[in-house]
Every structure is written in structure tokens, then in C-alpha cells.
Write a protein that binds this ligand. Sequence first.
Ligand SMILES: Cc1cc2nc3c(=O)[nH]c(=O)nc-3n(C[C@H](O)[C@H](O)[C@H](O)COP(=O)(O)OP(=O)(O)OC[C@H]3O[C@@H](n4cnc5c(N)ncnc54)[C@H](O)[C@@H]3O)c2cc1C
Ligand code: SF4
Length: 504
Amino acid sequence: MSNLRLVFGDQLNKEISALKGLSKSDFIFMCEVKEEATHIKHHKKKIVLLFSAMRHFAEELKKDGYNVIYSKLEDGNNTQSFDKEIDRVINTNKVSKLILTEPSEYRVLEKCLLWKSKLNIPVEIREDTRFLASHTDFEVWSKDKKQLRMEFFYRKMRVKHNILMNNEQPEGGKWNYDAENRKPPIKGLNIPAPTTFKADNITKEVINLVKNEFNTHYGSIESFNLAVTRSDALKVLEKFIKIRLEKFGDYQDAMIENEPWMYHSHISFYLNCGLLLPLECILEAEKAYKKGAPLNAVEGFIRQILGWREYIRGIYWLQMPQYEEMNALNASKKLPDFFWNNNTNLNCLNQCFSETYENAYAHHIQRLMVIGNFSLLCGLNPKEVNEWYHIVYADAYQWVELPNVSGMVLFADDGVVASKPYAAGGSYINKMSNYCKNCKYSVKEKTGDSACPFNYLYWNFLIQHQEKFKSNPRMAMIYRTLQKMDEDKVEEIKNSSIKFLNSI
Ligand SMILES: Cc1cc2nc3c(=O)[nH]c(=O)nc-3n(C[C@H](O)[C@H](O)[C@H](O)COP(=O)(O)OP(=O)(O)OC[C@H]3O[C@@H](n4cnc5c(N)ncnc54)[C@H](O)[C@@H]3O)c2cc1C
Ligand code: SF4
């Protein structure tokens, strides 16, 4: 009798725990099911990326001589749900045990746990060893802590994995070089083109499938050019290290019109579906430092993966399932239609929305300080904002999207992730981008019809949530400024905000 090894669409790596001890008599099972592709209406390019990468991975395993059972979405006998597909495959093949790596999302794990009682064979759910901190590691770290700040978790991870360490001390004497990584964009930056790939026959087949089956989903499907194999994803990493890393730190927060890719790595697509592993990305960056790459860039990049990515995942599993229900600021405004159709005069939003629609990608500061900041200041409903972020980005999975949105952006988790809301007025966007130059609104004006909406919405947010935040030590200075503001000014802010919020 053989084992049935289930591989989910975001576990596309031969190193996953489900494939440990694999024998040639085992079956590896992978399936494309409508239930998953439509439980939210993912961006078309995300579906192409995942289905094509799955099909390529299955081909590689077959070439290695393994028995792969693969359900394509269009197969006549595909039942289009995980539960039914597992039943079907167990009933048609002689298997003694189902082995899988823990899925990345809580909702799917609940389903898998039920298999233990529903199926008539043993089910073994193994730890997802692609992450560098296990659930237990994170629980132990978080136990007895009043606040779960990323920075302290990150330091522990640096020591544990001996990354950028000089004996017991951080390389260069500091743990974090973020202060050097906030340079505004300058004219004449020669930003390299992203590393792209031509669609092969498998990808072309999937593009046609997505055009036929998921045509009503959000996003453009034109010029799909992402990597869909591990070897191509490794090329993206290699080119990043060689060409972009040097300026990654300096311009990490900068935004330029029609420059969606900046100096970022664009590896989240591949890390999150298994084509790349976090430690190999970290080690490549550390190697580059030893060969002379700037420490602020290397440390900044490593912190995103070893720190933020692992921490965000830890928060997700620690806080679920109640985390997705949290709404600490009682935000209830409906998501405006322009999040979907980009019919807005705010040029910063317009830029970020159009790039998101086109590429299923926006970089961190666009997600955080433009779209996220706007959602926070307008009091948009966390469920709807989360759903939007989950749909529109090709790297979005609930484990990483939810804590970033409900925690980092919306403060819906009441400060589990962020020590204060990431709220800012138009001057931040003006400093870090060239978006304001071509905007209908004036970033210099504070209130009134032609003023930048971020300006009055920022103060309006502080006024609305005064009771909650005025005793937060990190916000004391700004609340002192608010207290000194004259009453007419406060009225103007409130009136401009009401008018704008009613208009969207
Ligand atoms: C509101 C919001 C929603 C987000 N949603 C997602 C999401 O659905 N999926 C996702 O992978 N990232 C998400 N992020 C984090 C981050 O924006 C993306 O990981 C990053 O933009 C991906 O582009 P890159 O690969 O070029 O990243 P780089 O800027 O080159 O960073 C390198 C890597 O660090 C990791 N990383 C950096 N920041 C974070 C973070 N805050 N959380 C987790 N990993 C991080 C990513 O794996 C990324 O690939 C979100 C951030 C915000 C503020
Ligand atoms: S002026 Fe305001 S709305 Fe316009 S681009 Fe600048 S920050 Fe955005």
C-alpha cells in the first residue's frame, strides 16, 4: 500500500515536509479546484501564476520518476472541491495513509483536521518547515510579553540563525538601519527593469483557461511574465541581489509615477507559493554583504524576511480565528467603488490602483502609506478592506495579508502589531513620491474643496479617536498640536472631511 502525499498550490517545493521520506510507490496528489480559486475572486494573474507553477512543479516531479495524480480544473471528473477530490482519489487508488504539510491558512487547516475523523485512513499533518520560526517558537517568544513588537522578535531570529552577527553583536554595531532607508526619490534614478519571462505552452494554456473561467475576476491578464518554475524564481532572486539590492535600502520607501517595481525584490510571489525558500534569500543577501553590498540595504532586506514575514505569520497563527473579526476602531464605511474601477482624482491612489490592476503588485509603501493610510483615515470597514487586499495581490494569502491589513494598516487589532496607527497627511506622500505634482488636489492646502484630502482626513482621524490615542506616548506631541489648534480650524477640518467622506 502507498502513501498519498497532498501538495497544496502554495507548497511548490521538493523540500516540503509532506514529501519527506517519499518513495517511488507513493502517490503525489495536486488539484486545481474552483472552490479555492473562487472563494474570493483572486486577481487573474494570481490564478495564472499558481496554476501554471503547479503544473510545472507536477511535470518536474513526474520527470523525477514519481507517480503524480494531478486534477486540472478543466478535467471532466474534477469535483472542484478539496474534500471531494481527496475522497475521489482515495477511493480510486490503493492508499494507506494521507500525508500533508500544514496548510498556510486557518480555514484550510480546519478542513484538513476534519479529514482525520472523516476519512477511513490515517491522516498525518506535518509542520510547515519552510518557515524559520515554528508555531511553538513564536508562542514561546510571545508568552508573558506585554507587547509583541517585531523588532525584538527579529533580534532573536538574527541570533538564532546567526545572520549578520559578529560574535554576539549585530554586524556594524546596530540591529536596524531603517533610519538610512527613507530617502525620497531623486531625479535621474536609473531603475532597472524587472526580471521577466516569456509564457511557455503550459502558461499559455492556463492563460486561456483563466480567460474562459475567471473572466469576471479583478485584474488585467495581459503580458503575464512572472516566473512559474523554481529555476526562474531563482533567477529573479539572483538578479535582485546583483542589480537592485545596492539601492534597495536607500529607496525602499520611495514612490515614482509609472515605476511600480522600484528597487524591490519582487520575490513575495515566489516565497509565498514555495518556489523560493526564505533562508536561501537571506543567505544570498548576507553573501552579497560580505562581497561589499551596503549594510543598510542588506540588513533592511533581511529584516523584511527574517523579521517581518516570520513575525506576521506568527501573529496570524497566535491570534486566529478571532483576529479576522477585530475592529477596534469601529470602522464601518463601505469600500468605495473606485478601489475596483480606479475612478478617482487622487493621483496617488490612481497610480497605486492602476499598477495593482495591471501587475497584481504594489510595493510596501504604496500598500501601507497610500492605499492603507487612506483606508484608515476614511474608517473603511476592515472586512471589506481585507477582502480587497486578498483579491488584488498575487502574493496575498490570508496568513500574510490579514495581519498586515488589520494590524499594520487599520489598527483593527487594537495594537497587537503596531504601537500606533500608521496615519499620515499628504506631506508624507509628497515627500516620498512625485505623485502630488500631477494631482488635481493641492498638497499645500489643508482644508476646502481643492485641498489634498489626506490633509484634513488625517486631523479628522486624530480628532475622532482622541480618547483612544491621546495617552499613547508616541502620539503625545501630535495631540498637543491638536489641542493648540483654534476652533475654527478644527471646524473646517471636520466640515471638509464630512463633505469628502459623503462624496465617496
Ligand atoms: C496592507 C498591506 C498588505 C500586504 N499584503 C501582503 C500580502 O498579501 N502578501 C505578502 O507577501 N506581503 C504583503 N505585504 C507586505 C509587503 O508589502 C509585500 O511583501 C511586498 O510589497 C512584496 O514585494 P517584494 O517581494 O518586492 O518585497 P520587498 O520589499 O523586496 O521585501 C522582501 C520580502 O520581504 C517580505 N516582507 C516585507 N514586508 C513584509 C510584511 N510586512 N509582511 C510579510 N512579509 C514581508 C516579503 O516576503 C518580500 O518579498 C503587505 C503589506 C501591507 C502594508
Ligand atoms: S495631493 Fe494628496 S491626493 Fe493628490 S497625490 Fe498628493 S497626497 Fe495624493
